[in-house]
Design a protein around this ligand. Structure first.
Ligand code: G3H
Ligand code: ZN
Length: 283
């Protein structure tokens, strides 16, 4: 079916109490793996393009691959811009065919983040495309302490004001997760998440979710998380697939027999997350 908007799949998720997986796709094999997983799980799915993926694959190539795969699929597929950097990039993605946008102004002062988000919302809503924004900061793994993570968390009252002022459709919240963690060890501040959900009323987005525990997913979803972003876990799976293929046959020269195993591992990783998020069977 044609691509659908994130509003369609996330409104239903919010109403029915589950989360839709938003999986970062870097190449053809990821796109195929993620959509095959969604078909097998009968799950709605969001494919998202990070800045790295856009630089690697190119915007038009990403749109062409995802649109072609979505049209053959029987489940709803969304194409989302992940961590959009500017108003201009959001315009480019809208024109290219994305059905969901994001502006990440989390490192900007509140007023600037809110002003740019509002402009993007006004522009995208003209053609019915929803927008995600981030308030508070989900940091990246490295030299950070739990105190650093806490200091960057989303303030619930500020979130209420931000949603009211910008009209944004979904809010990415900083509630304990950290980008690019390679082990599931991050704790979620459930009370804070609940409070933000109550005060804003919009579906919340969990970034850096590869590092969140399975219980964290469940508690987060109960508190109001409706979109869960996974990137690092898929990169680990793809790379492990290629390593395993080469370990089994070190003199393999057909690259399809190497990346094909990566694709299979990504599909299994996506299916496992979909079951945890409760979106299996919801298409
Ligand atoms: O925006 C993308 C995500 O937040 C992915 O985070 O790489 O930690 O899974 P992750
Ligand atoms: Zn993120």
């Amino acid at each position: 079916m044609p691509l659908v908007t994130s509003k369609e799949v996330l409104t239903k998720a919010q109403r029915e109490g589950y989360a839709v997986g938003a999986f970062n796709a870097n190449n053809l094999e990821y796109v195929q793996a993620i959509i095959d997983a969604a078909e097998e799980e009968k799950a709605p799915v969001i494919l998202q393009a990070s800045q790295g993926a856009i630089n690697y694959a190119g915007l038009d190539m990403i749109v062409a691959m995802v649109r072609t795969a979505a049209e053959k699929a029987t489940v709803p597929v969304v194409l989302h811009l992940d961590h959009g950097t500017s108003y201009e990039q959001n315009v480019r993605c809208l024109r290219a065919g994305f059905t969901s946008l994001m502006f990440d102004g989390s490192k900007l002062p509140y007023e600037e983040n809110a002003a740019i988000t509002k402009r993007i919302v006004e522009m995208a809503h003209v053609v019915g495309v929803p927008v995600e924004a981030e308030l508070g900061q989900v940091p990246t793994a490295g030299n950070i302490t739990w105190e650093d993570v806490e200091a960057l968390m989303t303030d619930p009252e500020e979130a209420k004001r931000f949603v009211e002022e910008t009209g944004v459709d979904f809010l990415a919240v900083a509630v304990g997760s950290v980008h690019k963690m390679t082990a599931q060890a991050a704790k979620i501040d459930v009370e804070r998440t609940k409070k933000i959900a109550e005060l804003t009323g919009v579906p919340l987005v969990l970034h850096g979710a590869s590092g969140v525990t399975d219980d964290g997913y469940k508690e987060g979803i109960k508190a109001g998380i409706c979109k869960i972003n996974i990137a690092t876990e898929l990169n680990k799976a793809f790379t492990k697939g290629m390593h395993d293929a080469l370990a089994k046959k070190p003199d393999e020269i057909d690259p399809r027999r190497i990346v094909g195993v990566g694709r299979q591992y990504v599909k299994e990783a996506v299916k496992a997350k979909m079951r945890l998020f409760g979106c299996s069977g919801k298409a």
